[in-house]
Design a protein around this ligand. Structure first.
Ligand code: NDP
Length: 308
């Protein structure tokens, strides 16, 4: 039986691995085929403390992983296909192979929803982003657009309005889904504009490998126009990666794993969750790492109390 099995290897899972390894728990980290998480598709990171010079997402994740390896974390680069937390020891499977675990740390993250158009994907990290806190700084003094009408979109747009010359919100309906207070803040922001009832058809200019504008279509009239911007922030929500745990662990109203406030404990004692899979509010590498540390410490204490 492994003392601790960590599922997922973004900032949360790898930090849990570093702490668990240094506590002599010989962690097994099942990192998944998409190891590294959302930072693997991020270019320069300028807000991770301790890195005064920009570091790319993949570089930062490699450093996290090296640090976890150095203290003896064992990695399996495969996806967990099934779990059973109804009995102790807990069980996780990778296809036919089963592994017994005294504690589990879930750090499977979340995935940004994308519009799903070709030019959007071609220009990701070249002017198209899903994180204003991460990338807004690169667009200081420029014109940008935000797609979406929920709280995330308003939060991203308000954040960008403090950095950018103008922020144009493109929304597919004539009403925002965002909470009243966010709507009021948005309406009171002079450099924020709205393009209503419009869907994004295309991001220009793939040939130049940089964003020069967004082609939108009015859903009522079919009229097309180009909004000239240097950046596009897609803010149409995130999906927590919880498919494996459906029906087993409690989730909140947005589908994120529910943890006891101030802890990483899920609805099953001995199973902990950290990082974006349990956090829709902050979603930063540094907060994910913080909760990863909490999860390892809590797992260690839980095992100690159990006498394992
Ligand atoms: P939401 O699901 O609330 O909103 C998604 C928005 O994107 C909607 O306006 C939706 O349009 C639009 N959208 C979805 N798919 C597409 C698409 N394919 N093309 C164009 N537009 C699309 O997600 P959020 O991430 O905004 O929020 C998730 C939850 O987190 C909410 O409960 C929210 O309140 C909460 N949250 C709270 C915050 C806070 O309190 N500070 C900050 C961030 C999130 P439509 O309206 O037409 O469906």
């Amino acid at each position: 039986m492994r003392k601790i099995v960590i599922i997922g290897a973004g900032p949360a899972g790898l930090t849990a691995a570093i702490y668990a390894a240094r506590a002599n728990m010989a962690p097994l980290c099942i990192e998944g085929v998409a190891a590294g998480g959302q930072l693997m598709t991020t270019s320069d990171i300028e807000n991770y403390p301790g890195f005064p010079r920009p570091v790319t997402g993949p570089e930062l994740m490699q450093l996290f992983r090296d640090q976890a390896s150095r203290f003896g974390t064992e990695f399996i680069t495969d996806d967990v296909t099934r779990v059973d937390f109804t009995h102790w020891p807990f069980k996780v499977w990778i296809e036919d192979r089963s592994i017994d675990a005294a504690t589990i740390v879930i750090s499977t993250g979340a995935s940004a929803r994308w519009l799903g158009i070709e030019s959007e994907q071609a220009l990701r990290s070249h002017g198209v982003s899903a994180c204003a806190t991460c990338d807004g700084f690169f667009f200081r003094g420029q014109d940008v657009a935000v797609v979406g009408g929920g709280d995330t979109a308003m939060e991203e747009a308000l954040y960008l309005s403090k950095l950018c010359s103008t922020v144009t919100v493109i929304h597919r309906r004539d009403k925002l889904r965002a909470s009243k207070i966010m709507q009021e803040r948005a309406a009171g922001t002079p450099n924020m504009k709205f393009v209503w009832n419009s869907k994004v058809l295309q991001v220009e200019d793939v040939d130049q490998k940089t964003v020069t504008g967004v082609v939108v279509e009015d859903v009522a009239t079919g009229e097309k126009k180009t909004v000239a911007v240097q950046g596009l922030f897609v803010a149409i929500g995130h999906e927590p990666n919880t498919a494996l745990f459906r029906g087993l662990l409690e989730v909140d109203e947005n589908g994120y794993l529910r943890t006891k406030p101030g802890t990483t404990q899920t609805s099953i004692a001995g199973v902990f969750a950290c990082g974006d899979v349990q956090d829709h509010a902050y979603r930063q590498a540094v907060t994910a790492a913080g909760t990863g540390c909490m999860a390892a410490l809590e797992a260690e204490r839980w095992l100690g109390a159990k006498g394992v």
